[in-house]
Design a protein. Sequence first.
Length: 291
Amino acid sequence: ADNFSRRWVMFAGHCLIASASTTLMISVGLGFVSPWLILGLGFLAGCGFALNDPAWHASVGDILHKRDIPAAVTLMSVGYNIVRSVGPALGGVILAVFGPLAAFALAAVSDLAPISAIWRTKWEVRSSPLPRERMTTAIHDGVRFTAMSLEIRAATARAALFGLASISILALLPLVVRDQLKSGPIVYGILLAGFGMGAFIAGMGNGFLRKVTSQNRLVAFASVACAVCCLSLALTSSVPVAAISLALGGAGWLITWTGIDVSVQLASPRWVVGRTLSIYYALSAGGMAAG
């Protein structure tokens, strides 16, 4: 994302994701799906996301002024959380009504939208005066810069720890619905919608909140909100209480990740921002996987 055109890196990432979705659709249609094939295609799609996400977020600074980056990152996070809340519910309906082939076919077709958008959209990129680095040198310099920057080091450590703790909200939610709430898929969809609604409301009010308090304090309060959500889900057997708790957790989730993302972007010079974002995403994903 720092050595090559970020637009084409994003394009390559989405092509990998589309390839995985299309292969899965064809496999389901021909009837030779296996757990190992699904895992392999999931890995391929994950590689696509690993290519796309740092370039996507780093390109914000290519398009907008520095003062507009927090609002842009918030908008991206709001959109992501809305899609993540609506997507599983919509996929479940399609799966139940039309079957798995239709669900995977729709997923494969939907991957064409970002590919088309990247292909058709061009933005002016300020070229770097620095020469292009070799891959190993670029990785070494990115890791070294991250290790030497106190602000980025603190942000990535916070991301890893927050991912480790907060992922339990979504990872254990199906068990909470089944064992604590004694409910099924409909309630699960309602609770996911509550999580997404909380994230949406927090995104709309994030600009105002940044004006009345500091970014670090806001992230601290948001992390506490996620902790309260975890504690409430562990103790309640009421669906309304769980929905309210998840709305609070969704708000805390969005504000925390947005704040950390903005901190990394604003602390990184343009020549290394893609690498610092990559390290941040890798550590946050590692924390979630461990959690």
